[in-house]
Every structure is written in structure tokens, then in C-alpha cells.
Design a protein around this ligand. Structure first.
Ligand code: SIN
Length: 281
């Protein structure tokens, strides 16, 4: 197994490894270290059933379900379908427009996932890339006064699903009342310490962070806008162009990501698992 960096920002390709086979503890340790070092791991040419995808993912920890239960794969509660395919009745089989904005997966829950593993079964020839923004780099390069100002601040995160679903272009299903009641949000530190690397990373994102707490609303919005601008600077971004059968594993504790559009005539069909994390501190 070789680990080849894909950019000088983050991302590495793991060469010569089959994610469908049983992993011994020594290999797991090597992969865990590679994820800590590179934040995004790309495994090319994988051939994974949903069970194999889950079996590989669960080596990092228990799997999480998703609030959007309508888009979990039937018979596989821990596999979220991200797809623009339709079934025979014309109903979307997955979320078509998932993550088309900068976000960190499920940051609106008290215990957000440590990582996500997205498997591209069918991908467009052009477009549909996923961008990753390295939030260690973003934190480390903050102007000193802004770094000091946000050092101990906290932010409120919430999933604005209803707003997304009601937008003119969305094909998403409405939530049940029970699901709406789950949209309570959570509060996390603006700067978190990665539990494995010990490094600090920014932990706010335009998709789900709605406000700073303990800060005047106007100042809070100005600070958040500055942080979002800084955290998505091209200098901290790795852009992944998908090849069919890529499995991409990213670390949600130090990255934001953003899915990009693709031609309507193309098919993009993917399965995603997420692994439980820890309370951000
Ligand atoms: C996501 O936010 O998990 C979706 C990313 C993608 O479809 O590229």
C-alpha cells in the first residue's frame, strides 16, 4: 500500500488497497494515521457492495444514520443515497442536490460524525467535483487579532432543511413532523481541537452555522462572514474530480466540503456512510 499526496493542501491517494477485504489492525493503524496526516483519502477503482462499504467504514467507529431517513438505502439504514437517478415512478432515489454549499457534515448535532465515506458508483464525465477546505490551514493563517477574538467563542449550528426543500429548484421531500421536531440544532466551539492530531481547526461553516452565541448579533454576523471568507480561500482548497468507483473518505473534524453542479444529462449516483465522532472541544 502506498500513500501519494494529491495536493499541498490536503488529500492523498491510497494505492494498492482493496477496501472490500478484511483489514488487519496494523493496516488499520496505517490508514488511520494517513487520514490524520492528509484529511482526505482517495481509494480508486473500488468494487464495493453496500455491506462491504459499511464493513470498511465501521472499522473507524459506529456508523451514524441520518435525519433524512427517506434517502437511506432500503435495507441499509447507514447508507445515504446521493443521486439524480429516478425510480420507475419518476421519484428521486436519493438526494440530488446534496451539499451544494460549504458545510461540515451534520455539524448541527451535538455529536457530529468524525468522517464520511462517499462511494461514486456513477459519476459525470465533467462537473460534480467535491471541494475540500482545510480548516487547520484556515485557522493557522487567521490574522492574529481575529484569531484572538474567536479563540473562546461558540457558534450555533442548525440544519435549514425546510428552507432548502422549499426553494424553487429543489426536488427534496418534505420532512415529517417528527423529523422537523429533531431540527433543534447545537452549539459548538468556533475553534476545535482535533482529538487525534491535537491541532486546532476552525469549526464554523456557511451551510449550518447560523450565529455566534454570546456576541452581539451584528458583530457576530460580521465575524462569521470574515471567517467564512477566510475559510474558503482557494489557498486552502483541494478539489476532487471523481472517477467511477472512487471511495473518498474525509475527516469532518478539520475540513469543510462543497459539492459542485454537473450537466442535467449526466448521472451522478453515490452511497455515503458516516462514522460517529466525539463532542467538539
Ligand atoms: C455531501 O455533502 O456529503 C455530498 C458531497 C458530494 O456529493 O460531493
Amino acid at each position: 500500500m502506498d500513500i501519494k499526496p494529491l495536493s499541498n493542501v490536503c488529500g492523498a491517494e491510497v494505492i494498492g488497497f482493496d477496501c472490500g477485504c478484511t483489514i488487519d489492525d496494523a493496516t488499520l493503524t496505517q490508514l488511520q494515521q494517513a487520514l490524520v496526516d492528509h484529511c482526505v483519502l482517495v481509494f480508486r477503482d473500488q468494487s464495493l457492495t453496500p455491506d462491504q462499504h459499511k464493513a470498511f467504514s465501521v472499522r473507524w467507529g459506529p456508523l451514524k444514520g441520518h435525519l433524512l431517513r427517506q434517502y437511506l438505502m432500503p435495507g441499509h439504514d447507514h447508507v445515504l443515497v446521493i443521486s439524480n437517478k429516478k425510480d420507475e415512478s419518476g421519484k428521486p432515489v436519493g438526494i440530488e442536490d446534496a451539499g451544494r454549499y460549504w458545510h461540515t457534515d451534520v455539524s448541527y448535532e451535538d455529536v457530529p460524525p468524525m468522517g464520511s465515506l462517499l462511494y461514486g458508483l456513477e459519476v459525470p464525465e465533467t462537473g460534480g467535483d467535491t471541494m475540500f477546505a482545510n480548516q487547520y490551514r484556515a485557522y493557522e493563517s487567521l490574522p492574529p487579532d481575529l484569531k484572538d477574538r474567536v479563540a473562546t467563542l461558540r457558534a450555533r449550528h442548525r440544519f435549514n432543511y425546510v428552507q432548502i426543500q422549499e426553494s424553487a429548484t429543489s426536488s427534496r421531500v418534505p420532512l415529517t413532523d417528527e423529523q422537523k421536531a429533531e431540527l433543534v440544532g447545537s452549539v459548538h466551539p468556533v475553534v476545535r481541537t482535533h482529538p487525534e492530531s491535537g491541532r486546532k481547526a476552525l469549526y464554523v461553516n456557511p451551510g449550518f452555522t447560523e450565529a455566534l452565541v454570546d456576541v452581539d448579533e451584528t458583530e457576530g454576523q460580521i465575524l462569521l462572514d470574515k471567517l467564512f471568507d477566510h475559510a474558503t480561500d482557494p489557498a486552502v482548497i483541494y478539489r476532487h474530480s471523481w472517477q467511477p468507483h472512487d471511495l473518498v473518505f474525509w475527516d469532518n473534524r478539520c475540513l469543510m466540503h462543497h459539492a459542485t453542479p454537473y450537466p442535467e444529462t449526466a448521472v451522478r449516483h453515490m452511497h455515503r456512510t458516516t462514522v460517529e465522532g466525539t463532542i467538539p472541544v
